[in-house]
Write a protein that binds this ligand. Structure first.
Ligand code: CMP
Length: 479
């Protein structure tokens, strides 16, 4: 499309140049004939010579215009683009065209009209120019500020900028001769004149740059900094819009009055969405803290009150857990004492919407029961994830790696805020010792899920699979 448009332009240019050159040629060839014709037909006072001169001036000016256009294409579209690798800004191109054309026009004019004193004309126009300049002071100020902005190219359309002491922040939508258009994060459009922007300090976060943000949080002095740094880094690096190119940095920025103060520095793929991403990062920090049993610091006087009023946390209501576990079909055969023992050893974790509970390929030595919320099981296929199941309250997952020792077969992702109960290898071994039948019922479920992952209706039947699984569970748990 663009190619055919430039072809049309080139054809039009050649056609116009040929037309002008031909007209000039004909004019000089038939000049005397034309003069005679005009003399015999003209009755008013205008002299035929001056008419011919005016036509010549127009034709030569048209030729100069075409020449300037050709020069502009050569300088800006070819040489500039090849050297710099991007398109030349409109402002310098236009200034070049105006300056070059004016020079050519004055040259042509002085050759055709040598008797006209251009110096006097320019002096008069200089005075006129001063008057005009004063009248257009602001407009010209904007114009020249626009020139310097175009020449420096400190920012471009799409960049996030923060301007002046008021720190007016938004995304640049356009830069014109007069003003800069910025869309703020409240979706307002702000127009700032070029001259006012040129006087201010501007912070630029280019679209093509990996820009960083800092988010702050804190923890109790009793919590391990190494643990806090690790869990927060892992939780933040997976959040949407956090760049995968640089791992987030978590570090202690202060030993505060009532706890350790940290900052997490992360880089964004799309800086224009930093408000949402900051919020998501804070949310991820909260969930990571909950799972790891870490606590945010708070004024010492409110410590006890806050802890008692917490509704979601690692400490749990034992009765509710027994109820949840006894409703899970594979644990149905367990006695009340066994379920109670299992509840005591299980650990409760909370995950935010979209957080990954299990990652395919990881090693795993525990399984999970969904206590509240929902999770989705996804398999990775050719770099894309295919959902295979949604599990909700009372369902369990993660048993395949736990019982066979093989890597995790799928990703399991929270579809909403989800609490899970983690049951570890040792607890299951206890159960298998007292309930050997559990191995068999689990092997059926694992076999069915494995076949579901393969997505092959003509493949082996669950019964064929489960025999092998029973053997591998027995081997792995040394039963
Ligand atoms: P594991 O392989 O340890 O980790 C991923 C878990 O996803 C896996 O255990 C199962 O619990 C679960 N899973 C895999 N495939 C399915 C399926 N087809 N239906 C339900 N859950 C599954």
């Amino acid at each position: 499309m663009a190619q055919s448009r430039s072809k049309n332009k080139a054809a039009l240019f050649l056609f116009a140049t040929a037309g002008v050159v031909l007209s000039l040629y004909l004019l000089s060839g038939f000049q005397s004939g034309l003069l005679n014709y005009l003399r015999s037909h003209m009755t008013d006072r205008a002299s035929p010579e001056s008419i011919i001169k005016v036509i010549k001036l127009i034709l030569l000016a048209a030729l100069a215009y075409l020449f300037v256009r050709a020069l502009r294409v050569l300088l800006f579209d070819l040489i500039f683009r090849l050297r710099r690798g991007y398109e030349a800004p409109t402002l310098p191109r236009n200034i070049f065209s105006i300056a070059a054309f004016t020079t050519f026009f004055l040259l042509i004019f002085s050759v055709l009209y040598p008797q006209v004193n251009l110096g006097a004309l320019l002096t008069t126009s200089a005075i006129f120019g001063v008057i005009l300049g004063l009248a257009l002071q602001d407009t010209l100020g904007n114009f020249f500020a626009g020139i310097s902005l175009h020449a420096d190219r400190p920012f471009q359309v799409g960049d996030v900028v923060s301007i002046g002491q008021q720190r007016l922040t938004g995304v640049v939508e356009g830069i014109t001769w007069r003003a800069i258009k910025i869309r703020t994060f409240q979706n307002h459009l702000v127009l700032l004149s070029n001259s006012s922007v040129a006087k201010e300090a501007i912070e630029v976060c280019p679209r093509t740059n990996l820009n960083a943000r800092l988010v702050y949080f804190n923890s109790l002095y009793t919590d391990s900094p190494a643990k806090a740094i690790h869990v927060v880094r892992e939780a933040v690096r997976e959040a949407d819009n956090v760049s995968q190119k640089i791992t987030p940095i978590v570090r202690i920025r202060n030993l505060g009055e009532s706890g350790l103060e940290y900052e997490v520095k992360y880089w964004l793929d799309d800086y224009a969405r930093y408000n949402d991403t900051d919020a998501l990062v804070r949310q991820r920090v909260w969930y990571a803290f909950r799972r790891a049993g870490l606590t945010f610091n708070f004024p010492t006087r409110t410590v006890k009150i806050d802890r008692k009023s917490r509704t979601v946390g690692p400490e749990f209501d034992h009765g509710a857990l027994i109820e949840r576990l006894s409703a899970v079909d594979i644990f149905a055969p367990l006695s009340v004492e066994e379920t109670s023992a299992l509840a005591k050893t299980s650990v409760r974790h909370v995950f935010a919407h979209d957080e990954m509970v299990i990652r395919a390929g990881d090693a795993g030595s525990s399984m999970f029961v969904v206590h509240s919320g929902r999770v989705q099981v996804q398999v990775n296929e050719n770099g894309r994830s295919r959902p295979v199941a949604v599990l909700s309250e009372g369902d369990f997952f993660g048993e395949m790696a736990l019982f066979t020792g093989e890597p995790r077969t799928a990703n399991v992702v929270a579809l909403e805020e989800t609490e899970v109960l983690e049951i570890r290898h040792e607890a299951m071994k206890e159960l298998f010792n007292t309930n050997p039948d559990l191995v068999e019922s689990l092997s059926h479920i694992i076999a069915e899920r494995r076949l579901g992952l393969e997505d092959r209706p003509d493949g082996p039947q669950p019964e064929d699979e489960s025999a092998g699984i029973i053997a591998s569970i027995r081997r792995f748990f040394r039963l």
